[in-house]
Design a protein around this ligand. Sequence first.
Ligand SMILES: Cc1cc2nc3c(=O)[nH]c(=O)nc-3n(C[C@H](O)[C@H](O)[C@H](O)COP(=O)(O)OP(=O)(O)OC[C@H]3O[C@@H](n4cnc5c(N)ncnc54)[C@H](O)[C@@H]3O)c2cc1C
Length: 369
Amino acid sequence: MQNAVTKVAVVGSGISGAVCAAILARNGVSVTLFDSARGPGGRMSQRRELSEDGKELLFDHGAPYFTVTNPDVLSVVGEWESRGLVAEWKLNFGSFDCSSNKFVNIEQQERQSKKYVGVPGMNSICKALCHEPGVESKFNVGIGKFEWIEKENLWSLMGVDGQNLGHFMGVVASDKNIVSPRFTQITGQSPPLDLSLSPEFVKLHNIPVYPCFALMLAFSDPLSSIPVKGFSVINSKVLSWAYCDSSKPGRSSESERWVLHSTMEYAKDIVAQTGLQKPSKETLSKVGDEMLQEFLSTGFGIPQPFFKKAHRWGSAFPAASIAKEEKCLWDKNKRLAICGDFCISPNVEGAILSGLAAASKLKGMLCSL
Ligand SMILES: Cc1cc2nc3c(=O)[nH]c(=O)nc-3n(C[C@H](O)[C@H](O)[C@H](O)COP(=O)(O)OP(=O)(O)OC[C@H]3O[C@@H](n4cnc5c(N)ncnc54)[C@H](O)[C@@H]3O)c2cc1C
């Protein structure tokens, strides 16, 4: 890191924000990163749970893995691999058809595109990036307002409880909800960024999203009757994917842990019935029962798990990409960049590319000041 002189706030410690923050810091920009969550990762988080007898159970309950084709992203991922933050998940995957109760396709690992996972959890990459020299990370701090101070040519950030979080020369925001009516539906407050400040950001208004439920399961013994460690589910109204989380590199093998993903349609239906607010315990328990039932009915003689918990991702996947060419939104006059998977493609690779683009906009500008 060069001498850090210029202050930028990055909002969001998901992969797009974390990549952007680390690159800026490596280029001598001093960065403060804020996230409303308890820890880093966003939709690449890892969930820590305890079983009834106090055993620690870790689950990648968001993105289970990612693939990469873009050469810029491959080069970044290669560096993470050499630091031991990422490894390849080399196992056979398949597709299971619920109407015939059979695997219709089992792909040998060598014939699939490389599947990368964070080690020892999907959040390991963001965790490392958020703690690079020059990045000061603050968790449990939700941004409630981005205020542009014209006279001083600076940004002022306020927390959701109105606390003053400081002044910044530049800002990167990595969540589309900062300008969305969804923010108001969920929190009852106005969205943090006033769209009239940067009218070109109107594309951000109300990007459609797909929800998804993840069900975390732990079993005492391996589910050895299932011939693969990850499979897509065809012809099911409830399940779309199932992964054996404990088969990833660097995970504890003390118990066998699986994560199931619901179909988008199933999740949309539940959200339509229960609303956008945090789901109740009863809703999560009903969803957990229904998803487990579908898994058990695959006919592999799967025993009851000793641990079961459902999680709702209200905005799991953006349903539109708003900046495929530019890769991020950028207001040069106010030094404001917006990045995230919703700019390019609804996956980790798209989010990384967008974070790289936002860093390069700010880097170019701040380094010349
Ligand atoms: C169930 C599921 C399965 C998936 N499967 C795959 C897969 O197989 N392969 C793949 O490549 N991708 C997959 N994805 C998608 C992938 O996880 C995302 O594309 C990627 O992680 C998005 O990163 P991001 O940085 O754009 O956003 P996020 O990870 O959502 O980060 C945004 C961050 O901003 C924070 N934030 C938001 N508002 C505020 C505020 N006001 N103040 C402070 N902080 C704030 C949030 O807490 C969050 O940490 C999956 C996602 C889910 C949920």
